[in-house]
Structures are given as C-alpha cells and as structure tokens.
Design a protein around this ligand. Structure first.
Ligand code: PLP
Length: 235
C-alpha cells in the first residue's frame, strides 16, 4: 500500500469516528483532498485509492492539473483567494468554487461559465474570526451576498465556507464552526436552500464535523507537509 493510500484510509477513519461521535451519518461528510503544490502523480495515486474530489488554491496550477488528468473524470474544487482578472480559467476548469467573498467575482464566474457545462457550484467564504487580514465576507454581510449570488444564472449556491484563525483553544474553534452553521440555518430560514458547510482541515476536522461540516478540506494529512524545497512525505 502506498503512503497516500494509507493516509487516505486514516483520514477516512477519522471522519467516520468524528461523525459517529456526533451522531451523524459518516456518508454526510465528503472528503475534499487538497492537492495544492503536489504534482499530478500524487493526485493520480489518490484517485487510484478511490478519492474523487480534489481542492486547489492556485489558478494555473489547478487548471493545468485538471487538464492533465481530465481522462480520470475527477471533481475539481477551487478553494483559494480569487482575483477578478483570473476568474475565466476557474469558471471553466473547476466544478466548485468555495471562496466567493464578493459579488463582482461571482458575477464574472457566472458570465464566463461555458454554456455547455452544468452550473458552477459555489460557496460563500465567511470571515468567522473577524481578522482584518483574512479573506471572506463579514458574517453580517453574508445574507446580502448570498441573495445576490443565488440568482446568478450560471452558478448554483451550495453553502458556506470558513477558515478559522489558528488556535489551540478547542472551545473557540468550535464556536467559529458553530457560527458558520448558525449562519447557514439563518439563510435557510430566509428561503435559501443550502446543503453545504465547507469547514475543517487536517488539524481540526473533528471539531468541524461535530459542528456540522459536510465537506472537510484535507491536504497535509493525505499528501504530507508542503515544503518550499518540495513535497515531503507525512506519517
Ligand atoms: C491548504 C488548505 C487546506 C488544507 O489544509 P491542511 O492543513 O493541509 O489540511 C484547506 N483549505 C484551504 C482553503 C487551504 O488553503
């Protein structure tokens, strides 16, 4: 068994245990394998182990990998910050975008999505930690943005995404994830049918699943530590 296969099995085990501990169906939590900085060969290996959905942060790198592996029929998610002059390749090379934080980006993605492709699935990224430096819309502005995105013809608004600030404070972390869940519930009460909470990474997926995550985005625990000198295998 390869290291990536073993790591994938371990992560799937963590997801199952966290879901069960929360009284949730493990099948209600999807695993997004974050392959940023890793070569197409690593994605191919994970795909051979049954992984279908992959997350990328950088436009050109992600589009190139998706094109190189098109024959595998994988699902590609863009999860990084997106500038308005880079929307076109994202609109057409990806199946999902998790990082919508302003209307202009969503409008461009909708206008540029190829008419022959199904609508692009999108999530609104919410800045649940209130840090100035983090991307994401402020929680108080999420409803207005969600309403505007929901009516764009070539997008399908699926839900919300967050990246809490790094913290060893478990209670604080849980409160960040809970805030995103509460916001989704408020939008649902407002008439927006959302089915996705994209939250939780290698180090905090259990807390995210306990608070209702439906997609966890996991890189390091599957592929290893991203190093400037090149990929280094993880345990
Ligand atoms: C890199 C990244 C991840 C994966 O993080 P790990 O800690 O490697 O699991 C998840 N989400 C986003 C937005 C990322 O940029």
């Amino acid at each position: 068994m390869t290291l990536i296969t073993a790591n994938l099995q371990a992560v799937r085990g963590r997801i199952v245990r966290a879901a069960q501990a929360a009284g949730r169906d493990p099948a209600s939590v999807a695993l997004l394998a974050v392959s940023k900085t890793w070569p197409a060969g690593a994605v191919r290996e994970a795909a051979a182990a049954g992984q279908r959905a992959f997350g990328e942060n950088y436009v050109q790198e992600g589009a190139d990998k998706a094109a190189a592996l098109a024959a595998l029929g994988l699902e590609w998610h863009f999860i990084g910050p997106l500038q308005s002059n880079k929307t076109r390749p994202v609109a057409n090379a990806f199946d999902w975008v998790h990082s919508i934080d302003r209307l202009k980006i969503a409008e461009r993605l909708s206008a540029q999505r190829d008419v022959h492709l199904p609508p692009l699935n999108v999530c609104i990224q919410v800045n649940v930690s209130g840090e100035d430096s983090k991307s994401g819309v402020a929680p108080g502005q999420a409803r207005e943005l969600a309403r505007a995105v929901a009516v764009l013809p070539r997008l399908r608004l699926r839900g919300l995404m967050c990246i809490p600030e790094p913290t060893a404070d478990e209670a604080l972390l849980r409160s960040r994830f809970a805030a995103l869940r509460t916001l989704k519930e408020a939008l649902a009460a407002d008439g927006l049918a959302l089915d996705t909470l994209s939250m939780g990474m290698s180090h905090d997926l259990e807390a995210a699943i306990a608070e209702g995550a439906t997609i966890v985005r996991v890189g390091t625990a599957i592929f290893g530590t991203r190093a400037a000198a090149g990929p280094v295998a993880a345990v």
